[in-house]
Structures are given as C-alpha cells and as structure tokens.
Design a binder for this molecule. Sequence first.
Ligand SMILES: Nc1nc2c(c(=O)[nH]1)N[C@H]1C(S)=C(S)[C@@H](COP(=O)(O)OP(=O)(O)OC[C@H]3O[C@@H](n4cnc5c(=O)[nH]c(N)nc54)[C@H](O)[C@@H]3O)O[C@H]1N2
Ligand SMILES: Nc1nc2c(c(=O)[nH]1)N[C@H]1C(S)=C(S)[C@@H](COP(=O)(O)OP(=O)(O)OC[C@H]3O[C@@H](n4cnc5c(=O)[nH]c(N)nc54)[C@H](O)[C@@H]3O)O[C@H]1N2
Ligand code: SF4
Ligand SMILES: [Mo]
Length: 724
Amino acid sequence: MSETRYAMCRFCHAFCGLKVEVENDRITKVIGDKHNPMYFGYSCIKGRQLPAQHYIPERLTHSVKRQDSGEFAKIASESLMDEVANRLTSILDQHGPRAVAMYSGTFSHLYPTSGPMSMAFMEAIESPMRFSSGTIDQPGKSMSMALHGRWNAGPRPFAEADVWMFVGTNPLVSMWGTPQYSPAKRMLDARKRGMKTIVIDPRRTECAEKADVFLQCKPGEDPTILAGIARAIIKEGLQDTAFIRENVEGFDALRDSIEPYTPDYVQRRAGVPGEMLIEAAHLFASAASGDVTVGTGPNMSPRGTLTEYMGLVIASLCGRWMREGEKMPNPFVLMPERRGKAQCEPKPPTWGFGEKLRVRNLTNSAAGLSTAALADEILMEGEGQVKALISVGGNPMAVWPDQLKTYEAMKKLNLNITLDIVMSATAKQADYVVAPKLSLEQPSMTILHEALWIMNGASAGYPEPFAQYHPAIVPPPKGSDLLEEWEFFYGLAQRMRLSLKFAGASLDMENKPSMDDLFEILTRDSRVPLSEVKKYPHGHIFDDPSIKVLSKDAGCSERLDIGNSFMMDELHAVQTEALVSGGGYREGEEFSHRLVSRRMHGVYNSVGRDIPALKRNGLYNPAYMNPADLRARNLSSGDMVEIVSDHSSILGIVEEAADVLEGVVSMAHGFGDAPEFDMQVRHIGSNTGRLTSVDKDFDPHTGIPMMSAIPVNIRPVEEPVAES
Ligand SMILES: Nc1nc2c(c(=O)[nH]1)N[C@H]1C(S)=C(S)[C@@H](COP(=O)(O)OP(=O)(O)OC[C@H]3O[C@@H](n4cnc5c(=O)[nH]c(N)nc54)[C@H](O)[C@@H]3O)O[C@H]1N2
Ligand SMILES: Nc1nc2c(c(=O)[nH]1)N[C@H]1C(S)=C(S)[C@@H](COP(=O)(O)OP(=O)(O)OC[C@H]3O[C@@H](n4cnc5c(=O)[nH]c(N)nc54)[C@H](O)[C@@H]3O)O[C@H]1N2
Ligand code: SF4
Ligand SMILES: [Mo]
C-alpha cells in the first residue's frame, strides 16, 4: 500500500520541501510539497531522482575495505570501526595529533549531527587539522566580513529590496546566495513588485537574461568594476551620509583609493562600457533598499576577498543594513532567539592566528585552514606531516585544486578513510569507505539554514523563521549495514576511550544516544521547542512580529570599516597589473582564453552522474565557448580539444554557447576521475581542478588558488582511438 510522507530534499544544500510516496518501505516517487510555505512546491530534476539515488546499484549498502590486491571487499561496520580505531591510535601514538586531518565536504554540512560529532572527535584527539570545502568555495566572505565588520542585525531582506546586484552568482541554477529557496518564484515576485537587478558575469546567465543592467565582463576584474561603481556612487553624491557619519569609518581612504577607477579605466580593464557602469551605480544607489551578493565566480578568481569586501563597501556606502525598530526577518526557530542590534560587532582576527601550516606561510584564518594546502601537508615529509585523512561527505579527488597533486597525496597517506554513498573518485583511492545511511533513511531538521545567517554576512539562510523536522521516511535497504555518520565518530571514540563534547554537551559514552537525542541537544536553547516544530509536517513559519532590531549600545564605538588598509593596498596593487586581452600573458606564454567556473542543473558538484535520468544532463562537462571562438578555430559542438593552462592540461568537449563572452571558456568542476580514466572524457568529463596550481597565484591568507579566470589555450586534438 502506498503512503504519503513529507520530508526535505538533501540531494543538494537547498532542502526543498518534498512529498514522498512510500510503498513497502521503499520510496517510489518524490515531488515538491505545495503546502510547504518556504518552497511552495518547488523541486528540481535532481531532487525528483531521490528514489534512484537511494536504490541505484552503485549505492554502497555496506562499507568496504581495500585489500592487498587493490580490490575492495565488504567489511562489517563494527569491524571497520575496530580496525580504524586501532590504526588511528597507533598513528596518534607515533606521530601526534597533527598527523590526523579531517576534510568536511558539502554533504557533511547537510546532516545536523555530522559536523558537530566529527568536530567533537577532532577535539577529543586534539588535532587542529580540520579542513572544509569552505576554503575552496567562497572564503572571501568570512575574510571580508572580518575586515569590514559585521552588522549585528544583518542585512535587509530580499523580499523588501528595490534593487539587487549579483556578482558572479547565478541563484536560478545554483540555489545559492539570494534568493535561495524556490528562487525562480521569489525572483519573479520581486520583479512584479518592481525590483531591479544588476548582474555582473562573463556569461549571460539565467539571472542575466532577466537583468535590468547586465555587465558582461572579463573574468577576474570584479575589484575594478566594484571600485568603479563605488566611485560613481560617491561622484553622484548618492551615498547615505547620515548612516556613514554614525556607523562607518574609512570613507576618505576609500574615496582616495578608488579615484583612479574611472568609467574609462573600468571599460579598458574589465571590458564593461563606462555608461553602463554609471547606470548600474545609479540604479543601485538611488533605490531605497537592496544588497549585493558575490558568488563563487569572483571568489575563485584572483582577489576574491577584495571583491567580497567591495560588495560590503557598496552596501555600507548606501546604508543597506537593518535599522533600529525594524522587524527582524528571521529571529530563528531551532536556534536561540536572534535579537539583532543596529551596530557593528567587534572585528574578529582575520588571519595570523591558530594552527600554522607548514606551507606557503598560511595560518588559520576567518575562513578556516586552507584546503588547497592539505595535499602538500600530506606530501611534505617531516615533523607534523599528515598521515591519516578522514573525508566526510566530500570528494577531494574530484574537487580539490591541482588534482594530480591530490592524487599523489591520496597515494602517500598511511590511512585514507572516506564516508561516501558511492565509490567516488576519492573512495577509489581510500583504504576504508564508510557507507552511511542516505537522507530519507534518517531524521532531519532545517537548523543549517538558520546557521547560514551567522556563517554568511550577506543575506543567506531562510528569509523568514521557517523550520521543518521529519523522522526517517524509510528504513535502509534490506540486508544493508549502514552507519549514520555521527555513529562512526562516536563508535571510534568509544573504542579509543575518548570523551566527546557534542555541541558543548558531554556525551554518555556508555549508552549510545539516538540521532533524535542529539537533535534535542542541538535545539536545547531553541526559540521554539523542537516538539512544537514536529507538529507541522509541511514545515511552518514561526513568525513573531514583536521581535525588532534593538538600538545601538550606549558605549558602542565599533564602526564598519570601508577603508581597511590591506584592502586599499590591494586596490592599489590592481592598478599596477597589466591590462589583459584574451587570456593574458603569463611566464612567457600568451593565452587566448580564460576558463571560468559554473554550475549545471543536472549535477551537484561531483554528485549525480551515476543516476540514469540525470546522465542525459550530466554525462560530461562541456567546455562552453562563444560561436565566434569556435568558428575561428574551425571547431564545432562535440569536437574534442586540449585545454592547456600554465600548469597542466585536460581534454574537453566543446559546445557552442552564445551566452559565453568571447575569450572565455565556461566549464563545470567535479567531473573526471584519476588520470588513468582520462580517455573516457565523453563518459565522465574532465577535471578542471587539474588546470590550477596551488602554489602560484594563491590568496596569501586563505590559500585559495586561481580556480576561475584561469588563462588557457585551446588546442584541437585528433580523437583518441582507444576510448575504453
Ligand atoms: N545545480 C547545481 N547547483 C549547485 C551546485 C552544482 O554543482 N550544481 N553547486 C553548489 C555549490 S557547492 C555552491 S558553492 C553554489 C555556488 O553558487 P553560485 O556562486 O551561484 O555558482 P554559479 O552558478 O557557478 O555562479 C557563478 C557565476 O560566476 C561566474 N563567474 C566565473 N568567474 C567569474 C569572475 O571572475 N567574475 C564574475 N563576475 N563572474 C564569474 C560564472 O559565469 C557563473 O555564472 O552552488 C551550489 N548549487
Ligand atoms: N575547479 C573548481 N573546483 C571547485 C569548484 C569550482 O567551481 N571549480 N567549486 C568548489 C566548491 S564551491 C565546493 S563546495 C567544493 C565541493 O567539494 P566537496 O564537497 O568535496 O565535493 P562534492 O562533489 O560536493 O562531494 C560530495 C561527495 O559526497 C558524497 N555524498 C553525496 N551524498 C552524500 C550523503 O548523503 N552522505 C555522505 N557521506 N556523502 C554523500 C558524494 O558521493 C560525493 O563524493 O568543490 C570546490 N571545487
Ligand atoms: S534544488 Fe533540487 S536537489 Fe536541491 S534540494 Fe531542491 S529539489 Fe533537492
Ligand atoms: Mo560550494
């Protein structure tokens, strides 16, 4: 008999509300839940494939261990934890805590208990070596926020904005940034009430299609464009003088630093017509409210922190922050009540603290330890060398920059463990692959999307106090042996006689808790009790209009800094750099193109390519290029080329795309596999990470290397005969 249940999707981070049909303990169909007040029934092609994700033969239903022969064999999860605990103990005894590193990938964040339990484990073994996908994503966000200062009450909501500026972000496909939850509907609603949009991107994206001003720019020149916009705002006198007088410092330093960024200079440097730049500045600053969101594109291009910083500068120049007495858009539900004050918080340290890495003078930073440095930490012999790596819901082999170095590092590790649902490119290199339960086999709650308000400065996270909980929808497949990720870390800790502090609470290490017990700990100080949230299977908006932004503390002297000296120095440095045409000139070689990052509908980073219905969309990652560029090279869609950077080269299949600027190659990441699979490019795509070098052109504080705007040449190749 078929039953209907309500749940949240975790094929990606967006958590869309779902209606799930279940028959004989198996999911048979998934569609959007039209009674869900945050998502209004939205679901995408990936989410609707959750039944396939749960039941494809590629799904791991047992953990596996690498044998001496190199083959993998099933291992019972209890034995796996026994063996791993023993091996970790001997590595810790011999080499100390620094020898054990953890990498938390995207999917570690989607399970409320995974992150806190894995961190509790790392704390218990006293290892500082905790890395995450955040530092190869948008590290500029937390860095710029630390330098500029965080406005305690946060930014004004999208739903009330008159204008929005999207800088290298495309929420209509990525469901990231703003608006993030059913973005197409929210964007349409906003346009209907008159909101204007500005898009800055080298590709005419889905968002750009609908923009009022679209600045199709050369990749990597965002600091120049945003400096030009800030200059134009000040020249027109459109800044919010009263807000600046009360709350902002650094205005004079900023004004002087951006003076050279004239419309003419911006046009020459970034390829954006001067009059359109002025139009964008005017549209943004003359509106009453509205914000800037910067996405992965500019964060992965050089000077990502500066671009994020200039986004904050423009918002602060225009006073786009919540004011005293305004209603808090999201005072939280499952987290403790959020009471914002109309003031700048004390600025935290940005870099130069915490664990010092052995390479490139990197330290801990507001963005965390640099994942781009982890392969070197594994490869470099000597005191402090990383010997064991635990990856949780991530795929280093597919997504870390400099794939060939990552490959070497994987082989060098004494102990390589990954928690994954399939034999990913990383799992194939691992010693143990821990098979976890999948999303609909576990309870869930939406706390992550409240935490996003804290993690991200600009508006991200639920725009209203929405929350949802669901119990496990189906049991795991019959005969399977799966762990919830937290159980793996708890199980290791039990065997290693460690005490765990989970989200600040000491756990009973004799009587194992349940995931629901852990949810109770995570929500122990919530504004609304979890028991209340559980009453609403479609999720619910727990509004409280009485929660308003509080006034500034009497003694508060903290100000938002729009003239930070490090950032101003970077602005000066930009001008010393040569103007580039095409892909630019590097180390004696001329490049014709710049390769930029992008997202594709049918895949999520490296996830989804094994699902039959998604293969149609995501078999490989085409190298999208402008038709004129293809014609000039006598190429047409489907031709194979070699894409060559100054570091390495990959094969690619070109695809004509009029939305891509001439001189640009737009290509998704996370495809391909280890080098021995390169010839299968038409079936698995190729790994753009291989084009990036981690020790050239990296940010000196976050360590993020050039992962977008990469100078490349395109060379035709004869189709290789043997494609196995
Ligand atoms: N379907 C799908 N959704 C996803 C993902 C996925 O793989 N597939 N990935 C998820 C992840 S991990 C993240 S972090 C988010 C990211 O979310 P977004 O940041 O919105 O990511 P994109 O859609 O790639 O948008 C980045 C844009 O930056 C542009 N760009 C590239 N280089 C530059 C540059 O130098 N300057 C400017 N101005 N623009 C540039 C690209 O053309 C692209 O349009 O998406 C998430 N959502
Ligand atoms: N060149 C280039 N590199 C990039 C980017 C880019 O735009 N260009 N983008 C960067 C960004 S923004 C990010 S966030 C990172 C992504 O970095 P990662 O998070 O490391 O990569 P994903 O591909 O998302 O890896 C997810 C892994 O989790 C597994 N998985 C899926 N569902 C589950 C689950 O329920 N539980 C568990 N345990 N595992 C699961 C998948 O099979 C997959 O192997 O890549 C970065 N790398
Ligand atoms: S956007 Fe698609 S994959 Fe992401 S949560 Fe929603 S339905 Fe799932
Ligand atoms: Mo990401």
